[in-house]
Write a protein that binds this ligand. Structure first.
Ligand code: AMP
Ligand code: MG
Length: 321
């Protein structure tokens, strides 16, 4: 039987009982639980097989709630919250003592955002606690952008996916931390650097890809978001196709410029060169390619500006060995 449902009151009931519910957001689906429940938080880590050093993002229903979660809000954090919330920007701020260490991997900061999705906002307003919600995929696998993706991963381990349709943005939030009141980008994401700089001026980027733990952005691992099929990233498509022409090849293209008989399966992210459209389709494309029994997926690098930068970041992580 399907665990996908549109019933918000059932989601409220499960969350009140310290169970997990997968929730829709504008970025990707989240695996949500009560931030104050040890049981719920432990099941998030267990269900995802996520390492404990990888902290969780706290989802709140409105800006006023921020004061209950964090000690201090730098001026530029306020400006970003005003400009982009509800929306795909996560702020990492000094946490209040009441925020459990399990959520923050023992750090004195907490990551927080207001998701821009009517269903999850309605849900959050009916709860007496915020929701911790990492992406609803097993650790290192492709993030889910539809209720079906989540069901495919977790139908035997969770009770409910709250259906909110296909995620409009399609890649994770941009994460911003602060040092001496100045913002730093820890993870590229659905809000472009250009849009952020319009609000706070030139910003430092520390989108580190580390095999080991990074003290500022723990969990930002080099390999992530990965299909099971061997996947490579290229800026020279014809050359890569030539190299693998005797194998079953799938290609992930930005736009449709290619007509090659060596290809067994292809997906075009945006016929008319629209980076927003490409971002929204990226993970579903990877999910589909991964189901085709291919020997190799060849992904084309996107233009390196706007959301192209964030998409390239995900493709780099998906193709690391
Ligand atoms: P996900 O929930 O899968 O989108 O991943 C959440 C990401 O948020 C983690 O991988 C961390 O890099 C980041 N994050 C969460 N909390 C913190 C924090 N306190 N400081 C820095 N980064 C954080
Ligand atoms: Mg994730």
């Amino acid at each position: 039987m399907s665990i996908i449902s549109k019933d918000i009151s059932k989601a409220v009931e499960l969350l009140n009982k310290e169970e997990l519910v997968a929730i829709p957001t504008e970025t990707v689906y989240g695996l949500a639980g009560n931030i104050f429940s040890k049981k719920a938080i432990a099941s998030i880590f267990k269900t995802k097989q996520r390492p404990k050093f990888n902290p969780l993002i706290v989802h709140i229903p409105n800006v006023e709630y921020l004061d209950k979660i964090v000690e201090h809000i730098p001026e530029k954090a306020k400006a970003l919250a005003n400009a982009f919330w509800p929306g795909p920007i996560t702020l990492v701020l000094k946490k209040k003592a009441s925020i459990p260490d399990l959520i923050t991997a023992g750090k004195d900061t907490v990551a927080v955002r207001i998701p821009n999705h009517p269903v999850s906002l309605k849900l959050l307003r009916q709860l007496e606690f915020p929701l911790a919600a990492p992406s609803a995929n097993p650790f290192n696998r492709i993030s889910p952008t539809s209720a079906q993706h989540v069901e495919d991963y977790f139908k035997d381990t969770i009770k409910m996916v709250l259906d909110g349709g296909v995620c409009k943005k399609g890649i994770e939030s941009t994460i911003i931390g602060f040092k001496n009141e100045e913002p730093i980008i820890y993870r590229l994401g659905s809000t472009s650097i250009e849009d952020i700089e319009r609000i706070v001026g030139k910003i430092e980027i520390k989108n580190r890809k580390s095999k080991v733990e990074n003290p500022d952005a723990p969990g930002m691992l080099e390999r992530h978001y990965a299909p099971k099929t061997k996947t490579i990233l290229t800026n020279d498509l014809s050359n890569s196709i030539e190299e693998f022409k005797n194998q079953r090849i799938g290609v992930l293209l930005y736009n449709n410029i290619l007509n090659d008989e060596a290809i067994d399966f292809k997906i075009v992210l945006s016929e008319d060169n629209n980076l927003e459209e490409a971002a929204s389709k990226l993970y579903d494309a990877l999910h589909q390619l991964d189901k085709q029994n291919l020997d190799i997926i060849i992904a084309e690098q996107l233009p390196d500006y706007g959301l192209g930068k964030s998409i390239n970041d995900r493709l780099e992580r998906a193709t690391k060995n």
